[in-house]
Ligand binder design. Sequence first.
Ligand code: R5P
Length: 291
Amino acid sequence: MYVIGGGASTSLAERISRELGNAPFAIPFRKRFPDGELYMRVGGKLEGEDVALVQSTRTDQDVLELFLLQDAIREAGARTLWTVIPYFGYSRQDRVFFPGEPVSARALARHVEIDADAVVTVDLHSELTKGAFRKPFFEASGIPAIARLLRERPVDLLVSPDKGGVDRVRRMAERLHKPWSALFKKRIDSEHVELTVPEDFPSVHGKHVVLVDDVITTGGTIVESARVLRQQGASVVMAACTHGLFLRDAFERLKAVTDEIFSTDTLENAAEKASVAPDIAEILKRALPAA
Ligand code: R5P
């Protein structure tokens, strides 16, 4: 199998190629035409090959680059094209909230599939979006990667900031044989949340607590959760997520209230300490035994 790393996921793509036993790895050439349009070119002999293209779609430009690379790989005669989108952008608009809106996640899923034989992603935001894929679709979890890292740290309790994350924190806790609990979150607007401590929440006094979420965007959820845990007497508060977007000053605000922040490498950022490369490679190996 060939692995090609798009501009948003070059390092992760290289890690995946290593996990596949040093599969051939290539970084496409990229430049801008004078009018600003994107030019892409893939190297290597792809004819008849199984190719994994790795590109997160955090920005609109990432999406465009993905489409151009898919087309280039097809044009080069690849046998199969595995489109690996570690962070699948636009996945939060997974339904029509107000009349006249698109289901953006579905729109992206459909267009990504045009030139893909299969799609692989990590912790897709919504179950609904999975139903939009018609081609084979595989989802890796960020939980094993974060659990591998947490095994090296003293941890007393795992906490989800909201009830929606209970399944995630429970699965992580089971892997680590640790207790877990959840706070109660009320979203005020896209940047502000209110966190409260349920009556049955365990004592965190003097404990090492890890907040676990699927994504950190503005940081509002984790900042407020960490404050609440500190008020409750936690001695160490760590924050872990699969997808670290860390918008604007989120990272600085998080650093002020936590002892350590870490994310997986689905997005390139200063906190990516846990790699999902083994988990993605495992999916590719299972699906393509000769990879
Ligand atoms: C909510 O459903 C998600 O699990 C995250 O808690 C949320 O998206 C985080 O966003 P922010 O960092 O902006 O609070």
